[in-house]
Ligand binder design. Structure first.
Ligand SMILES: [Zn+2]
Length: 250
């Protein structure tokens, strides 16, 4: 009898702790999700910026190549002007054309890379804008969590204390069952007994609705200090005052 009363008290406080903690947890989970979103965008942004830098470096190298080609062309043109024989002239001309061709290929690559940079810049702007928006959402999530913490943090601490006190009142064996069931059923460790048909002694578990044998009711009525559990869902059973009262009247 005493054990069920202490369990009912623990059940009540535990339920309050869980309800408050759930409010904090949901705010925390939301914040975590937003942070993850933001981190993914930041990473994407870094990657795009790295690609832009690498492409710029490539362009730099290609520009060095065209400058070298220009220098070479300058020299070849001078050589061409001072060529004495036909053979000399055509040899210099061949090289000059080859260098020209190479230079124009390099120039094409520079143009391609410049286009690539333009595209990268567009992507960077888009991701940056997305990231700015997400950052605002994340900030709101953070302030919501802070607010909740401020609103209920204190109350939660008080309740956690209360829960410890309530748990200390429960016999250890019963407490172990309570904790196991509470973890298993998200706090719903206890179940009330439903009276289906008193004349036929039909009773059911208030949580899982399965039949409860009358001998279990007797145990509860007899004031046994052992925990009485539902045969189907294993929750701890208890009689509500009105059900208990109806037996007393008989
Ligand atoms: Zn049950």
């Amino acid at each position: 009898m005493e054990s069920i009363n202490s369990l009912l008290n623990l059940y009540r406080v535990d339920g309050q702790v869980r309800a408050l903690r759930k409010r904090l947890d949901s705010a925390q989970r939301y914040l975590q999700a937003q942070t993850k979103n933001l981190d993914a965008l930041t990473e994407q942004l870094q990657e795009l910026k790295t690609r832009k830098r690498q492409t710029q470096a490539t362009i730099g190298n290609l520009e060095v190549e065209t400058a070298a080609a220009d220098e070479r062309l300058e020299k070849l043109r001078t050589e061409l002007n001072s060529a004495v024989t036909n053979k000399q002239y055509s040899a210099v001309l061949t090289e000059l054309n080859t260098v020209k061709l190479n230079r124009s290929e390099v120039e094409d690559r520079i143009l391609e890379d410049m286009e690539r940079i333009e595209q990268l810049e567009k992507q960077i702007d888009a991701v940056q804008a997305q990231r700015d928006d997400r950052g605002k959402v994340r900030d709101v999530a953070q302030s919501e969590l802070d607010q909740r913490q401020a609103d209920i943090g204190q109350r939660l601490e008080e309740l956690a204390d209360e829960r410890r006190t309530a748990a200390a009142e429960v016999p250890p064996a019963a407490l172990a069952i309570f904790d196991e069931m509470a973890d298993c059923y998200d706090g719903e460790a206890l179940a009330t007994i439903l009276e289906i048909d008193r004349r036929h002694r039909e009773y059911a578990c208030g949580s899982c609705n399965m039949h409860v044998p009358f001998e279990r009711i007797s145990l509860l009525l007899g004031g046994s200090d052992d925990v009485v559990r539902c045969t189907a869902c294993s929750r701890i059973l208890y009689l509500q005052e009105e059900t208990r009262g109806s037996f007393a009247k008989k």
